[in-house]
Design a protein around this ligand. Structure first.
Ligand SMILES: NC(=O)c1ccc[n+]([C@@H]2O[C@H](COP(=O)([O-])OP(=O)(O)OC[C@H]3O[C@@H](n4cnc5c(N)ncnc54)[C@H](OP(=O)(O)O)[C@@H]3O)[C@@H](O)[C@H]2O)c1
Length: 242
């Protein structure tokens, strides 16, 4: 059975991705601090007849990434699918943005995905097969007020993924980006009903997205059937960016 590693698999979009990939792969559910939530996701996969384990990882620290990958390799010998889902926000308008807010978001969202992708690719190259999916955001394409750090990190993932696709295509390793719009998770829990109504007004499909809207396309991009799709950016946003 192939192994899929989902960073930030303990909650929100990552949880939905982990549960869906659990139908086909051994899923390693990555978490930063929510060990109990990650265990619940892993248990749900097992209860559904799948195979799963959890691993603690702080993607912003290379030593932590090395430790997590070493433990996955020890148990499963390879990582065939990597979903770079973990991410954070530290919103502020640019004139007020502190250097720490900039650096922390870039270090976690962009550099963290560099660490994990580099480790995973070395394993995928040996097997001449691999699937990498980055969870970016529509704001990485269009920018957003108060999110210069986050938008820059998410735009950076697009360049990273496209470069991987060119370097690795001949080895059957694909790399793609999914760019969600507004999805109902802890990350967007600050939105009140009025905020939500304002967002829905801008959408073609008149509802806020669900984590499943993202996991459906991610599962396809991790499958054999998607082998001729690489270097792409796929917005899943209810028509926000058409
Ligand atoms: N929700 C949206 O509307 C939306 C829209 C566009 C893009 N996205 C992107 O989709 C991804 C998932 O978002 P979400 O809404 O599901 O977020 P969420 O509910 O806030 O969950 C974030 C996940 O990332 C993990 N994480 C945070 N910092 C980490 C670190 N340093 N190392 C490892 N794991 C870390 C968390 O682990 P713990 O549980 O252990 O803290 C958690 O599993 C993010 O990359 C986000 O930017 C979300």
């Amino acid at each position: 059975m192939k192994t899929a590693f989902v960073t930030g698999g303990s909650r929100g979009i990552g949880k939905s991705i982990a549960l869906d990939l659990g139908k086909k792969f051994h899923v390693v559910v990555g978490y930063s601090v929510s060990n109990e939530k990650a265990k619940e996701v892993s248990d749900e996969i097992l209860n559904n007849g799948g195979s799963s384990s959890t691993v603690q990882i702080n993607i912003s620290e290379s030593e932590s990434v090395d430790k997590a990958f070493s433990s996955i390799e020890k148990e499963h010998t390879s990582v065939d699918v990597l979903v770079n889902n973990a991410g954070i926000t530290k919103d502020n308008i640019l004139p007020r943005m502190k250097e720490d807010e900039w650096l922390e978001v870039i270090q976690t969202n962009l550099t963290g995905s560099f660490y994990t992708s580099q480790r995973a690719i070395k394993l995928m190259m040996k097997n001449k097969w691999g699937r990498i999916v980055f969870i970016s955001s529509v704001v990485g394409i269009s920018g957003n007020q108060g999110q210069a750090n986050y938008a820059a990190s998410k735009a950076g993932l697009i360049g990273l993924s496209k470069s991987i696709s060119k370097e690795m295509g001949s080895r059957n390793i694909t790399s793609n980006v999914v760019a969600p719009g507004y999805i109902e998770t802890d990350m967007t829990s600050f939105l009140d009903d009025q905020n939500k109504e304002n967002i829905i007004e801008q959408l073609s499909i008149k509802r806020i997205g669900k984590p499943e809207d993202i996991s459906n396309i991610v599962s396809f991009l991790c499958s054999d059937e998607s082998e001729y799709i690489t270097g792409q950016v796929i917005p899943v946003d209810g028509g926000l960016t058409t």
